[in-house]
Design a protein around this ligand. Structure first.
Ligand code: ADP
Ligand code: MG
Length: 307
């Protein structure tokens, strides 16, 4: 059996710094990670997860610009981004697999995924998840919703409860065992709480890195790759003292997290996700740039978490 590799793609990596995020740009950007994933599918059974921060924020702005149509809650917008980004990844992957030499398995499926959260999660009280475009300070001053200064600039933030379990974990595990490449947990998953035996959607966006680690754990993945727009995690990021971390032990990771080197809503959840996956028994977790996924799998790039 080929080992199971879960690759988490950053929503921000689909829309690169300085881009407005046209569909053309997103398709073009996707070819970089997806061409690598296509080649990796020879050696690994594959799950692809993805973020949706910019995209879900765009949908929210689009609907706020039109008073005539009913407002959709965030959980519906997250479901929409699973469709739109799932489609873009699937069709790009289909093309990349077709252009590879030789015969290739080309069974790909996107799974609408919901993720259970706790209705008492403190993430509902203090919003930390940045979505949508970077706002100018002037624009942010007059807004009715909360914003925060992130490493990218000022952005809208929404509630982000932690993932408790991935509802479709059994279906996803079955699909991988049948040879499908599975795209799942898009945008961190559609957040739901349990009401008796039923599920009810809630207004939030789950962090896709934490959801990816949970899915990786629940389907017994061997390797977790978190691909973003920087080479990996650094201490004193974006300062003169910046120090890139090639390797990071669990103890160091937890200590640096406590000291505030990895902020919430960006590098913080990536480190937390990688630590959690290794602690739950995963073999390897690497945070790397979207350009170096294959190098990271080979052990030659990114920040590698060590037991
Ligand atoms: P993604 O869409 O891939 O999840 P995020 O914006 O959530 O991207 O997280 C990646 C960003 O984290 C980087 O672009 C970088 O600006 C920021 N960042 C914050 N702290 C650090 C750090 N200590 N090391 C590396 N990057 C960091
Ligand atoms: Mg992120």
């Amino acid at each position: 059996m080929r080992p199971i590799l879960l690759v988490a793609l950053g929503g921000n990596a689909l829309i690169r710094k300085g881009q407005t995020g046209t569909v053309g740009e997103q398709f073009e950007n996707l070819r970089v990670p997806v061409a690598q994933i296509a080649r990796l599918s020879k050696k690994f059974r594959l799950i692809i997860t993805h973020g949706n921060g910019p995209q879900v924020g765009h949908l929210l702005l689009q609907q706020e610009c039109c008073a005539e149509v009913p407002r959709l809650p965030l959980e519906i917008l997250v479901a929409q981004t699973q469709g739109q980004i799932g489609y873009m990844i699937e069709s790009t992957l289909d093309n990349e697999l077709t252009s590879l030499e030789g015969e290739h398995q080309k069974m790909i499926v996107t799974v609408l995924t919901y993720v259970l959260v706790d209705e008492d999660d403190p993430g509902f009280v203090t919003p930390t998840k940045p979505i949508g475009p970077v706002l100018s300070e002037d624009c942010a001053a007059g807004l009715s919703y909360p914003t925060l200064t992130t490493p990218r600039g000022r952005r809208r933030v929404v509630a982000s409860p932690r993932p408790v379990t991935i509802i479709e974990k059994r279906e996803i595990a079955r699909l991988i065992s049948m040879g499908f490449i599975v795209i799942a947990c898009g945008g961190g998953g559609i957040p739901v709480i349990r009401h008796g035996r039923a599920f009810q959607g809630v207004d939030a966006v789950i962090d896709k890195d934490l959801a990816s680690a949970k899915l990786a754990e629940e389907v017994g993945a061997d390797l977790l790759i978190i691909a973003t727009d920087v080479e990996g995690a650094a201490l004193s990021y974006d300062t003169a003292e910046e120090k890139f971390l090639r390797r990071l032990s669990i103890d160091e990771g937890e200590s640096y997290l406590r000291q505030g080197f990895f902020p919430p809503g960006s590098m913080g959840p990536k480190i937390e996700a990688a630590l959690q996956f290794i602690k739950s028994g995963g073999s390897r977790a690497v945070i790397c740039s979207i350009d170096s996924i294959e190098k990271a799998v080979a052990g030659n790039a990114g920040t590698e978490i060590e037991r």
